[in-house]
Design a protein around this ligand. Structure first.
Ligand SMILES: Cc1cc2nc3c(=O)[nH]c(=O)nc-3n(C[C@H](O)[C@H](O)[C@H](O)COP(=O)(O)O)c2cc1C
Length: 383
């Protein structure tokens, strides 16, 4: 019996060690590709860069922009929050060239990073840059000016050198540069970014991914989490709590997923999950309370997915959840609507804290669209 217990303990220790090792091996390397763009040229390079990053196993990329853009090409790209910057394993910055310099949009963004600088929050983190230019006049000056700011932040600047130059068509002007890839969008003898410029950006991304992977954990990131806690960064909270917001469900008729009027956003959703209704039917007949509570949480996640879209990806712009109304498909004698609705209310308070506390109504319905078991109407106040 004693030997059996010893063997069991040994097995447990081995399993813990193995799972710790495999967790350590599998830790994702998260790289932010952060852009400002007017016309989308920088976004095209960003996509290639991200593709290159993800050629490395365990390297994950996310493209974000420094401010919301109404340009249809750019408006779905999420907006970064200042607080999340230091949580990454590396950042690649992209911008248009403006008069041999970085763009005003990117420059304004950098001017807001002064607190991060004072806290050394980006020190030791790898950085890389790429730019969309017109003719390319002054592009190396512009890349250099990017480096100036990042050097002041103490970031590790990863250059291109002459990487991949031997792979590209050099019979026409290309945006290769030792400091980072550029694209020469006004030189229209070939579509831009040219295939060579796309390849340069992708290779730059792949190399940057390797560097970020090698440097992961070598620089200080604690200041970031303290900052995030203090500032209550909602976007980061969602990541920490593993709450994944779904893509915005497409409208099923002639209406909008959300309408903003003044500072209020109005949203209505029902229990769609991966394009299918979750637990459809009437409570007490087809589905039980547990299932309807799950469908209610799913519906609220859909509301939050739409809300994120409404604020250009930055949930920190939410000032208040004003009101929620839950409609439940129930039998005539059912009375515990409030219990069901708590699945939605709890989620909103979990995500937004005090700002999530809302007025509320719940209603029983004899039928709901498509036989969903729940529908939620929500009103949020935003900045
Ligand atoms: C104010 C301003 C200044 C610019 N200065 C330059 C420049 O010095 N050199 C250059 O090659 N292109 C210059 N451009 C062109 C942009 O860099 C080019 O259109 C770029 O591709 C835009 O990128 P985007 O598509 O991501 O907005 C300038 C554009 C603007 C609006």
């Amino acid at each position: 019996m004693k030997n059996f217990i010893k063997l069991l303990l040994l097995l447990m220790v081995m399993m813990t060690t193995l799972s710790t090792q495999s967790m350590a091996q599998k830790k994702d390397v998260n790289v932010l590709v952060l852009i400002y763009s007017d016309n989308g040229g920088t976004l095209e390079l960003a996509k290639e860069f991200a593709k290159g990053l993800e050629k490395n196993s365990n390297v994950r990329s996310v493209i974000k922009q420094v401010k919301h853009s109404d340009n249809p090409i750019l408006k779905t790209i999420p907006v970064v929050s200042m607080e999340e910057l230091s949580s990454y394993d590396g950042i690649a910055f992209g911008s248009p060239v403006y008069f041999g310099n970085i763009s005003t949009g990117m420059s304004k963004f950098f001017s807001k990073t002064i607190d991060l600088w004072a806290k050394h929050a980006l020190e030791g983190m790898p950085a890389s840059v790429f730019m969309s230019a017109g003719t390319g006049a002054g592009r190396e000056l512009a890349l250099q000016s990017f480096w100036n700011t990042l050097a002041v932040h103490g970031m590790i600047l990863v250059s291109n050198g002459i990487r991949s130059n031997d792979k590209i068509d050099r019979s026409t002007a290309q945006g290769n540069s030792v400091l980072g890839t550029t694209s020469l969008v006004s030189i229209k003898n070939v579509p831009r970014p040219s295939s060579a410029e796309r390849l340069l950006a992708e290779d730059q991304g792949e190399n940057f991914g390797k560097v970020a992977k090698a440097l992961q954990g070598t620089f200080h990131k604690e200041s970031a989490s303290i900052e995030q806690k203090n500032n209550n960064d909602i976007n980061q909270e969602l990541i920490n709590k593993n709450i994944i917001l779904p893509d915005v469900p497409k409208p099923a008729g002639n209406y909008q997923p959300f309408v903003r009027t003044g500072n209020l956003v109005f949203i209505n959703q029902y229990a769609l999950k991966n394009g299918k209704l979750q637990y459809p039917g009437k409570l007490g007949k087809d589905v039980d309370e547990k299932q309807v509570k799950e469908a209610t949480r799913t519906t609220m996640l859909n509301v939050l997915g739409v809300l994120k879209d409404a604020v250009g990806g930055n949930l920190n712009r939410i000032k208040k959840c004003v009101q929620l109304t839950g409609y439940f498909n129930v039998t005539d004698d059912y009375t515990k609507h409030a219990d069901l609705m708590n699945a939605a209310s709890d989620l909103v308070v979990e995500v937004f804290g005090e700002k999530g506390k809302h007025a509320r109504a719940t209603v029983g319905a004899s039928s709901l669209p498509g036989n969903t078991s729940v529908e939620i109407q929500a009103i949020f106040e935003i900045e």
